[in-house]
Ligand binder design. Structure first.
Ligand code: GLN
Length: 454
């Protein structure tokens, strides 16, 4: 895989940092323990992985795709990083991402764009485009992403890979640099449903260092993925979400989705149409709640505690140094969201914007609850279109935000979802993803249905 990275990554730019020596040392350690007759520490011992550059690592820089953290070394590892190491998984390097996970195309990285291996003039999705491009280019067999509004599922869809946003609270956020804390969730990415399940079971589990971590047993995702290999969905009820199709969706995407639903039916599932009326407000609610949390979380980048410091020459006050550092260190999308969030949280506007968005969030959770009274899983396309050309939406934030239409409701409700490849669009020959959604703590259903469909 290191050879493959050397071969393709100059063009793709999936990686911000390649940890050749650390990865080889970790692999040698696995070989050594096996040679000594010890049992592998996990089924994935020795299988390398690409890590999104938003997880803290002590042996490689953590930049979050931002200039403000250029060269910053964390003094501790994220829980996810620790779990990967304990499982004997060599970390090949840190992958490119939209700055602080804000974006849908990986064009907001301060370190340049990542290209989609299917068509290098197009985006690999975002914010975790680096991890998805590493998988799709065979630079890594496994990857880790984070999904705050779709950043695992949406890159998976446009690169024909598998990505899962686990139930909120099941993968520790300790050492995951915060974007929007009530939405952020780390998750596994792979090229097959079973690979993804194996990785899921390595990273999930209770962590007392994360105050929102759930102290509950991890669903048996590996067993479910293996059961799915029988391709038998009899007794499973699948709901097609009325609101996540139709106008604004590319014909090739809808065609692929219709074919995917037919496959589920052919494999024995009972398919019904389900309406979730509040999903149409998810975009407006998300783009108020997320910036509000961002404006608070990113206050810590003050030029004092981490990374970049500008104007520290004795002629500026502390306030000026903070302002100069943030001016130079943050990119335009991060600044836009900090300003929107600060405004939405201001006295006099709080109830009208943030308070209202939180009410919509409750309605979306209720739509899911009502739907799951009648069906085991919900399905939709993962994205309304296939990968768009690099540069096409970069100056049009609203067009960019619309690319997240299908993935946002799951984050707002704290439920779980998977994107699994569903063939190539007849419009442009590019990959399309099928999104499968399940109730909180029923992540195993994603794997059962995903593997049955695959
Ligand atoms: N594209 C969404 C955004 O820009 C989602 C990002 C994410 O999941 N990290 O906020």
């Amino acid at each position: 895989h290191l050879d493959r990275i050397a071969e393709v990554d100059d063009e793709l730019h999936a990686f911000l940092h390649v940890s050749s020596q650390e990865a080889l040392a970790a692999a040698a350690e696995v070989d050594r323990s096996l040679d000594q007759g010890q049992a592998p520490t996990s089924p994935l011992a020795g299988v390398p992985l690409a890590l999104k550059d938003v997880f803290a690592t002590t042996d490689a820089p953590t930049t979050c795709g931002s200039k403000i953290l250029e060269g910053w070394m964390s003094p501790y590892n994220a829980t996810v990083t620790e779990r990967l190491k304990a499982a004997g998984i060599p970390i090949l390097g840190k992958t490119n991402m939209d700055e602080f996970a804000m974006g849908s195309s990986t064009e907001n990285s301060a370190y340049g764009v990542t290209r989609n291996p299917w068509d290098t003039s197009r985006i690999p999705g975002g914010s975790g485009g680096g991890s998805a491009a590493a998988l799709a280019s065979y630079s890594a067999p496994l990857a880790i992403g984070t999904d705050t509004g779709g950043s695992i599922r949406q890159p998976a869809a446009v690169t024909a890979t598998v990505g899962v946003k686990p139930t909120y609270g099941t993968v520790s956020r300790y050492g995951l640099v915060a974007c929007a804390s009530s939405l952020d969730q780390g998750g596994p990415c792979g090229r097959t449903v079973l690979d993804t399940a194996l990785l899921h079971s390595v990273i999930a589990g209770y962590d007392p260092r994360d105050s929102t971590s759930l102290d509950l047993p991890v669903p048996d995702v590996v067993g479910a993925a293996r059961a799915g290999a029988a391709h038998d969905l009899s007794g499973v009820r699948v709901g097609v979400v009325t609101e996540l199709q139709g106008e604004g969706y590319q014909p090739g995407v809808l065609e692929s989705f219709t074919a995917a639903v037919q496959t589920l039916r052919d494999r024995g599932a009972e398919v019904v149409e389900v309406s979730c009326p509040s999903f149409t407000s998810a975009l407006s609610a998300y783009y108020l709640i997320l910036p509000s949390e961002v404006s608070s979380n990113l206050a810590r980048f003050d030029g004092m505690r981490y990374g970049l410091r500008v104007g520290d020459d004795g002629t500026h006050s502390a306030d000026e140094v903070m302002a100069l550092t943030r001016e130079a260190g943050f990119g335009p999308e991060v600044k836009r969201r900090i300003m929107i969030g600060t405004y939405a949280l201001s006295a006099g506007y709080y109830d009208a914007y943030y308070g209202q968005a939180q009410k919509v969030r409750t309605l979306i959770a209720r739509d899911f609850e009502a739907a799951f009274q009648n069906v085991d899983v919900l399905v939709s396309p993962t994205t309304p279109t296939t990968a768009f050309p690099i540069g096409e939406k970069v100056d049009d934030p609203l067009a960019m935000y619309l690319f997240d239409l299908c993935t946002l409701p799951v984050n707002l409700a704290g439920t779980c979802a998977m994107s699994v490849p569903s063939g190539l669009s007849s419009d442009d020959g590019l990959p399309v993803g099928l999104q499968i959604m399940a109730p909180a703590m029923a992540d195993e259903r994603l794997y059962r249905v995903g593997a049955s469909y695959e």
